[in-house]
Design a protein around this ligand. Structure first.
Ligand SMILES: NC(=O)c1ccc[n+]([C@@H]2O[C@H](COP(=O)([O-])OP(=O)(O)OC[C@H]3O[C@@H](n4cnc5c(N)ncnc54)[C@H](OP(=O)(O)O)[C@@H]3O)[C@@H](O)[C@H]2O)c1
Length: 270
């Protein structure tokens, strides 16, 4: 669906520099949305800005922000407001995981993941959704995951954060259903991005066969179309839809054991 209003529309996308967020930024720009692109790495964001302005003639604002930070989401919101931008679409894409057995992991890193995936996402949703409700206009796309539906041994905290994202989003959809504001949860399966390298997960059995990983452009397209239609959620990919449906009828303990076998390291010490 094209942005055919005469008024400039802004999409704020956290994690717009690489992977699924970058692919989403391209789709918004192709439809005429100006972009507020957020991530930690300025050079990557500047590259995205150059590309999207050259190809689509839209405005791209770069905001460098580390959303691991305690006050980062509040600062981001204040900066957007002080610069006078109205955010018509919020995309909460920035997210990370940590791979490994919970008891052997770095607890400070796990807490940072909770901060990025839950606390910053919740704050941004809160601030921008309030403004959207006041205008009775706006859309929010939340990066959940198929991991939202299953316990995730070797990625226990990550899966739990994505369960939070899905639950929060589904509750808010119900709360705002009498308004014109919509929220959509995008649930990708394993997708070919930098996610696994960042999570130190390249030894996991789940990511050995790159041909089984989804194309981030296809995932973004699924999410974008669902968002524009105002759908509640979208599981990207037929196989993921099937596995999610199957997961919903399996006991969680059995699911957890199945996921543990899929996620364990290739050279697991017995
Ligand atoms: N790939 C998958 O298999 C998969 C599956 C389901 C769901 N997802 C979800 O999809 C979302 C995007 O992940 P991706 O796969 O596209 O990974 P990605 O390629 O690593 O992209 C992550 C994006 O978020 C930014 N980011 C990471 N940490 C950040 C921080 N602390 N503060 C601000 N920005 C930060 C990154 O830029 P900088 O590093 O420069 O900050 C980058 O722009 C995540 O929420 C992830 O959980 C991914």
């Amino acid at each position: 669906m094209k942005n055919e209003t005469n008024v400039e529309q802004y999409a704020l996308i956290t994690g717009a520099s690489t992977g699924i967020g970058y692919e989403l930024a391209k789709l918004f720009a192709a439809d005429g949305y100006n972009i507020i692109a957020v991530a930690r790495t300025q050079d990557d964001l500047e590259r995205v800005k150059q590309e999207l302005t050259a190809q689509h003639g839209v405005k791209v604002e770069v905001l460098v922000k580390d959303l691991f930070g305690e006050n980062a989401a509040s600062e981001l919101y204040e900066e957007v407001k002080s610069r006078g931008f109205v955010v018509n679409v919020l995309v909460n894409d920035a997210g990370q995981g940590v791979y490994g057995l919970f008891a052997e992991s770095d607890i400070d890193q796990q807490i940072k993941i909770i901060h990025l995936n839950i606390v910053s996402l919740t704050r941004l949703t809160y601030y921008f959704m309030k403004d959207m409700l006041a205008r009775n206009e706006g859309k929010i796309l939340q990066l959940a995951s198929v991991a939202s539906e299953t316990p995730g041994p070797y990625q226990a905290v990550y899966h739990a954060t994505k369960a939070f994202v899905l639950s929060l989003t589904e509750a808010l959809i119900s709360e705002v259903k009498d308004s014109a504001v919509t929220l959509t949860a995008l649930q990708p399966g394993a997708t070919d991005t930098d996610f696994f390298a960042k999570a130190d997960m390249l030894d996991s059995k789940a990511v050995q066969d790159k041909s089984k990983l989804a194309d981030p452009a296809k995932v973004a397209r699924d999410g974008y179309e669902a968002l524009m239609k105002g759908d509640d959620k979208i599981v990207s990919g037929a196989k993921n839809k099937f596995q999610t449906a199957l997961g919903n009828i399996m006991p969680d303990t059995m699911l957890a054991d199945q996921v543990r076998k899929q996620q364990e390291p290739v050279n697991k010490k017995e």
